[in-house]
Design a protein around this ligand. Structure first.
Ligand code: PLP
Length: 436
């Protein structure tokens, strides 16, 4: 059969507008997306110039996943090699080397008591599984009333319904879903600042709520150290130590959602390491496959797994069709090898210094409320909602792809971003902040 005739960029964009939903978008779309033809290293090549640029330096790592950049020869080879064997087989009743290796590796590199791995197909599903594990654990050990989750405001854990129920109640659009979402317990946002002292009043609020509600609480779920899509806020690792103590004291499980922070982004391989504590359940995703394919993982301790396996239904009742996908597992293994086979901390420190330097000037711009940097994350917060169109175009004119949201213009560049490209990114963030 003859291949279909090529479509012009205009035709593709017309069909896109007519048929394709984009994230958080209306239908038909109102903003024209940039049409990407290919991507290599840290550059996205566009099908036609936008704001005079045919190539954009990627400041987003494709929503924080493509830590090694695009079209990486080692990752490409891992996919090709696996493709020659099998792209997929079901995981029920079958297993395979890429998934077994990946699960074993994840247990080796994550904090100590985490021992068992559920390979899910997206971050939201990994969070669903984490919540299901905790509810089922308490049901299995004879405490079925422990069904509620506690979290702090300002969080983000995904867009499916149970994860939505623990997203920030305002930013997460809970009002739209009143009566539909399970009701969870919220405490205030953790006080800002990675280096800030633990605030005793906030600590006392956390302690009081956990103590009061311990009989109903299955778990506490938080993003450790960095709240990502909920507002790009940083907090002290001291709050994670406190949560660990309180959860132990009151018989509540602790879930760390490291889907955004895992694999080095904050300067530690996992953000929990800043605090020196381990959760009972850990969610990973995004950079797990180096941004090549959708895969996530939920890890738990032997205690959680044993509890579930002693229950009335002694299985974890979850099994997505593409669970443990061999291609995704193979590229995840290659991505982890690539990351750990080099001095990744050096790159994060270099990027952190470049971001601090390059974004310092943005603090003096009118309309800028805060500039903050941690690891390979640089954030400029405005005192008003970003003008998305103006900010995105200002970045594109400077040769950089950024995707601001709410009042935030930020970058999470690939770890392979060189110093010149990093300077270009920080100039573009500053230009976007001035325009937006
Ligand atoms: N949890 C956190 C902390 C996230 O940042 C995200 C995505 O941004 C998710 C969960 C959801 O992951 P996914 O988009 O793969 O479903």
């Amino acid at each position: 059969m003859a291949p279909p005739p090529p479509l012009t960029p205009q035709a593709l964009l017309g069909l896109d507008r007519e048929h394709v939903w984009h994230p958080y978008g209306p239908m038909p779309g109102t903003a024209t997306p940039y049409l990407v033809e290919s991507a290599s290293g840290v550059r996205l090549r566009l099908a036609e110039p936008v704001c005079g640029q045919r190539e954009l330096v990627d400041g987003m790592s494709s929503w924080w996943a493509a830590v090694h950049g695009y079209n990486h020869p080692v990752l490409n080879e891992a996919v090709r090699e696996q493709l020659g064997r099998m792209s997929h087989v079901m995981f029920g009743g079958l297993t395979h080397e890429p998934a077994v290796r990946l699960a074993t590796r994840l247990v080796e590199i994550t904090p100590e008591p985490l021992r068992h791995v559920f390979l899910a197909d997206s971050g939201s599903v990994a969070v669903e599984v984490a919540m299901k594990m905790c509810l089922q654990y308490w049901r299995s050990v004879g405490r079925p009333a422990k069904q509620r989750l506690l979290t702090w405001r300002g969080g983000y854990h995904g867009d499916t319904f149970h994860p939505m129920s623990v997203c920030d109640p305002d930013g997460g659009m809970h009002r739209l879903w009143g009566g539909v979402l399970p009701r969870q317990t919220f405490v205030g946002e953790p006080p800002a600042g990675f280096d800030a002292e633990v605030d005793p009043a906030y600590a006392a609020e956390l302690a009081a709520v956990i103590e009061q509600q311990a009989d109903e609480l299955a778990a506490v779920i938080v993003e450790p150290v960095v709240q990502g899509a909920g507002g790009m806020r940083f907090h002290s690792p001291g709050y994670l130590r406190l949560l660990r103590e309180l959860c132990d004291q009151h018989g509540v499980l602790l879930i760390f959602d490291e889907i955004a922070t895992g694999f080095g982004r904050t300067g530690a391989l996992f953000a929990a390491e800043h605090a020196g504590v381990a959760p009972d359940v850990l969610c990973l995703g995004k950079a797990l496959t180096g941004g090549y394919l959708s895969m996530a993982a939920t890890l738990c301790t032997a205690e959680v797994a044993d509890g579930i396996s002693r229950g009335e239904l002694p299985v974890l009742a979850h099994g997505p069709t593409f669970m443990g996908n061999p291609l995704a597992s193979a590229v995840a293994n290659a991505s982890i090898d690539l990351l750990l086979g080099q001095d990744w901390q050096l790159d994060i420190r270099r990027i952190e210094a470049g971001l601090r330097d390059g974004l310092a000037g943005a603090a003096d711009l009118p309309g800028v409320a805060d500039v903050r940097v941690l690891g390979a994350i640089g954030v400029v917060q405005l005192d008003h909602p970003v003008d998305m169109g103006a900010a995105t175009e200002a970045a594109a004119r400077a040769g950089v792809w950024l995707r601001p949201f709410r009042d935030l213009i930020y970058t999470m560049p690939p770890y392979v971003t060189g110093d010149d490209d990093l300077a270009r990114i920080t100039a573009a963030v500053t230009a976007a902040a001035a325009a937006g």
